[in-house]
Design a protein around this ligand. Sequence first.
Ligand code: NAD
Length: 290
Amino acid sequence: MKIGFIGLGNMGAPMAANLAKAGHEVAGFDLAAPCPEGVRKAASAPEAAAGAAVVITMLPNGAILRAVADQVIPAMAAGAVLCDCSTVDVESARAVAEHAAAAGLAALDAPVSGGVGGATAGTLTFMVGGPETAFATVEPLFAIMGQKAVHCGAAGAGQAAKICNNMILGVTMIATCEAFALADKLGLDRAKMFDVVSTSSGYSWTMNAYCPAPGVGPKSPADNDYKPGFAAELMLKDLRLSQQAAEAVDADTPMGAEAAALYARFVEEEDGRGMDFSAMLPRFEKRSRG
Ligand code: NAD
């Protein structure tokens, strides 16, 4: 299949490389990042998109996605699918889908879970919004770049699933970290805490699979000086998207709002920038109640 791939950063480069490795003809474009091995460098986003059956974007945010979509939609072949894998706001995803539909093209919002490790290993999870037929077209590519693709519904449903999942993730990470910091002050051994909680009703992905305490549970960024992993600023981005969405539809999300405020403080006023999002634990360790 001929594929255009726009946005070859930390996530996009390994995803595009995996498609090329699987035998697809991939033309890539990025404003700054180099093309990975096997991917032909296009001179512009429209050039990467021209003649492709599927155009994939992996970009920083909704504003950039809208701008790139404005450039590439007029260049796309009839019947082609525009598949955005970035994490963006639901409104931008729906606006791009409408723009594509007006040009006679189909668009999917297909954000991912799994991080750079999953992108490199080809084990991402895709959550996808948009027409069933477009999903069927791109499904073989999802199978190369990932291990699971869920068709969640109409345009925007993929982004909705992503930000709801990550709102739970942010809230749960904070809860797990503050509980570890409390356990420390109560004199409870961290390994015992893990042993109990990981098999009790407080268990979660953040405790069981991504434990924020170094030396406890499976290997995680905590065991690597909290180098990301999943950076605190990306968690903040996703929590802000959840709050933007909650405001747009008048949903009450007090825990999500609190988590967004705490990660904002951590990243923008404290020392969280560049740290994994589980570095909330050393943050709580240093603090007292007042
Ligand atoms: P990144 O910053 O490494 O990559 C984005 C790339 O887009 C950059 O190389 C940049 O040069 C390029 N770009 C920006 N504007 C462009 C334009 N107009 N035309 C062409 N290229 C342009 O970011 P990333 O970590 O690869 O993340 C990409 C998306 O995936 C984000 O939306 C992020 O939220 C999401 N995501 C990231 C992770 C992660 O762990 N890194 C996990 C899941 C989802």
